[in-house]
Design a binder for this molecule. Structure first.
Ligand code: KG4
Ligand code: ZN
Length: 354
């Protein structure tokens, strides 16, 4: 079946057209078109996403992207339309929902509301690294379970225990800031431009991750929860106490790069330790990493190496499917369709999993 999907939960306007087949046993996806209009330039002067500006951009971009899709020649009437209903910024979600409703009415096609976090979760099936083969080859889908899924985005940091593709339960989450949010806030402390996460990673590449011994919050607690706001505060105090002296003796760029690298290392250490503690305790056969922070090469490489050591599978989507996109929305919609799951077509800003 062909699924046309729409994603406007934050600052990316995205439309995709996907061909899905294989059912729950052997799901396979072909991306016919994946369009994303980034709003980086709009929000950059404000240092973060401004919800009403983002909504205005979504309203402007959605018809443009749809036109592009039709003009690309791959437009064939979809069998199903899908739209993200939450979690996300409510004004932004509503822009997508209203657009999707009108389109579904015009095309006389069914419309499904999709959970954004499930989109991230299932993004591991989009050009995964390494590739997943359903029947034979490098990774067999059935061989992944039980799995531990780590979803790390701007709004969430969640550990899931997955029995199979559809059955999962949350075993841990952040008690305050999400990992991406911590990256963004620390980037601002370091005077790095929006978007914070990728720019902090760039700066960290020039720095020494062992330069500063920042705290590893909750590392030794025997639960699967996280906390990042104390780490952000530790960076703030470190900067206040050392900026003038160390930046003067080492040069400001070097000082900030060392701080960025040490902060990033602290986040990676905590995420890795908790993920593998869960994997060990639940006998996981794989680690599934997704969400915008999955774009971070230090995190990906550390999880991958640790998984190799422990002889379990590590899977993450290819880089372009880590941050918000509509292809992942279509995959989640396919599974909802197969499960006959219907969500209310109302924006739900803070819904987690439902
Ligand atoms: O999943 P996503 O695109 O949107 C949400 O659902 O929140 O994630 C965006 C988050 C932002 O906080 C962004 O700074 C972070 O992912 N991010 C990164 C990197 N790329 C994006 N964080 C660290 N390193 C990166 N390379
Ligand atoms: Zn997201």
């Amino acid at each position: 079946m062909k699924i046309l999907s729409i994603e406007t939960s934050c600052d990316e306007t995205a439309i995709a057209l996907i061909e899905a087949r294989g059912g729950l046993e052997k799901p396979r996806f072909k991306i016919l078109k994946n369009l994303v209009a980034s709003q980086i330039k709009i929000h950059q002067p404000f240092g973060g996403v401004v919800p009403n500006l983002a909504k205005r951009e979504h309203l402007k971009n959605l018809p443009i992207l749809l036109k592009k899709l039709v003009a690309s020649g791959c437009w064939l009437t979809p069998d199903l339309i899908a739209v993200t209903v939450g979690p996300g910024l409510e004004p932004c979600l509503w822009a997508g929902i209203e657009f999707a409703k009108n389109l579904a009415k015009k095309l006389e096609k069914p419309l499904l509301g999709v959970n954004h976090l499930e989109g991230h979760l299932y993004s591991i099936l989009l050009n995964p690294d390494p590739p997943v083969r359903q029947t034979s080859g490098i990774v067999n889908i059935k061989s992944l379970f039980p799995a531990i899924a780590l979803i790390v985005s701007g709004g969430h940091t969640i550990l899931l225990l997955m029995e199979d593709l559809l059955r999962f339960k949350k075993i841990g989450e952040t008690r305050d800031d999400a990992a991406g949010e911590a990256f963004d806030k620390v980037a601002r402390l370091l005077n790095l431009p929006y978007p914070g996460g990728p720019n902090l990673e760039k700066s960290a590449k020039q720095g020494n991750p062992d330069a500063v011994n920042f705290p590893r919050p909750m590392l030794n607690q025997k639960n699967y929860d996280f906390s990042f706001s104390g780490l952000k505060t530790a960076v703030l105090y470190y900067l206040r106490e050392n900026l003038e002296t160390k930046a003067f003796s080492q040069g400001e760029k070097r000082f900030l790069a060392d701080t960025a690298a040490s902060f990033q290392q602290a986040v990676v250490d905590v995420l890795t330790a908790k993920t593998f503690r869960a994997a060990g305790n639940f006998g996981a056969k794989s680690i599934l990493l997704s969400g915008g922070v999955a774009n971070n090469k230090a995190l990906r490489q550390t999880l991958k190496k640790e998984a190799q050591k422990k002889k379990i599978i590590f899977l993450a989507p290819s880089l372009k499917f880590t941050t918000d996109n509509a292809a992942m929305t279509a995959i989640a919609a396919y599974f909802d369709h197969l499960k006959n799951k219907k969500r209310s077509l109302r924006a739900k800003g803070d819904v987690n999993f439902n």
